[in-house]
Design a protein around this ligand. Sequence first.
Ligand code: GLN
Length: 511
Amino acid sequence: MTNAMLAFHPDLTASQALALLTRGELSAVELTQSYLERIAEHDATVGAFLHVAAEAALATAADIDSRRRAGQSVGQLAGLPVAVKDVLCDSRTRTTCASRMLENFQPPYDSTVVAKLRAADAVLIGRTNMDEFAMGGSTENSAFQITRNPWNLQCIPGGSSGGAAACVAAGMAPLSIGTDTGGSIRQPAGLCGVVGLKPTYGRVSRFGLVAFASSLDQVGPLAHNTSDAALLLETIAGHDPQDATSLDTPVPPYTHTIDQPLTGLRLGIVREHFAEGLHPEVEAAVRGALEVYRSLGATIKEISLPHSKYAVATYYVIAPSEASSNLARYDGVHYGHRADESSLLAELATERKQLAAAGDQEGLDNQDTGLVRMYRRSRAEGFGPEVKRRIMLGAYALSAGYYDAYYLKALKVRRLIRQDFDAAFAEVDLIAGPVTAQPAWGLGEMAGDPLSMYLVDLYTVSANLAGIPGLSLPCGFTQDGLPIGLQLQAPALGEETLLRGARMYEQATSS
Ligand code: GLN
């Protein structure tokens, strides 16, 4: 394959398309059709979608058009296609989490985010690829396919919401939904040159989101620009009694305030973020963005997050611990793939014969019963290597002998990381810095090296540990034409400031 580039600059943003739809100058069917055509043309190459719901999307679009023509009221996103990461339950389509374990899982109900999208009359166009159970940073951990970066097809799109970022970057959907447990919205957004926002923990309901690490998971929007991200966030945010961690706080009108520049903006840059290992072109682009802010009247202040050097280690104890507990439900009985029973029985009989022939009485006594063998085989077959690694890491960190040394200690460091942010936000309104230390890397380049993959999360995991919102927006390109992301972070529930701050930069730099 050539180094072709499929990144796409839309003629219309989602907000502009919505204005045309509202005025009747564009129909939802026409708009949906144009995205479906783009998918048909390019997704065989990009691999962003696990499932394209062409028929259902066109039927929804036709219904919206006829309601609109009849003068009936329609929802906030009426007629806009939205792609959803394959980790949010949708009762009308399978939800696989890109795992063999859930290959045939058909949820009996809609997640709140999917329900809100439907209520807003969004056109659910398809389900996007991801790292299995959202564990990974390159989308190479999907059990089904890889996804390519539309800016360079030899590169990874980032992850775990790689399909969500790539489908927007390649113009195959104007808006998409991702999830972010340790950077999985912001990192692929940064590597694919789109906008991605991880909301405050509790801002968006997680009801019906297949859980990875419940104290960190958040759902959020990916889009071409900040206004479109604001529109999607406004639709999905809000209190949900079905999610006990959901915040009962009104959702500000993000789309109404986003164009108000922040006066006297105090921007913090983290001393520890500009250290060894930061790619020079990423550093130059981020420093360039800071100059733009300075020219817009912002003051730039150096701050310190002294415990940030422990963030990756802390995250990779807490996230796998929670994952090992959350993923216990996939045992072939409660949920998920079950190993074929006749082959299990045959295996058991063969093994028994061998043990008997060897006179191994202890082996015979300890042989797995059918049930235990079934659990073990089901999980061995259903989960991929990274998910197994996380379950083992987590089970170890939570085990009686190591709980205090690992899990409890990680919780204490998490608190210190949170306190660092509290102290920083007493002095600045937003924190700016890189999303990742390097641009998108080559497919397969890091796939066999979990530790390097974990280290990529250096700048993103802290926001999840602290529960604060973070946003990634494009701030330039490398000489090789790969996008570079700028990360902005705000105090809890500071999405409005975050979006306004991001919009200032976007407006100042868009030609
Ligand atoms: N790369 C991180 C991990 O593998 C982030 C995952 C996420 O945010 N879902 O855990």
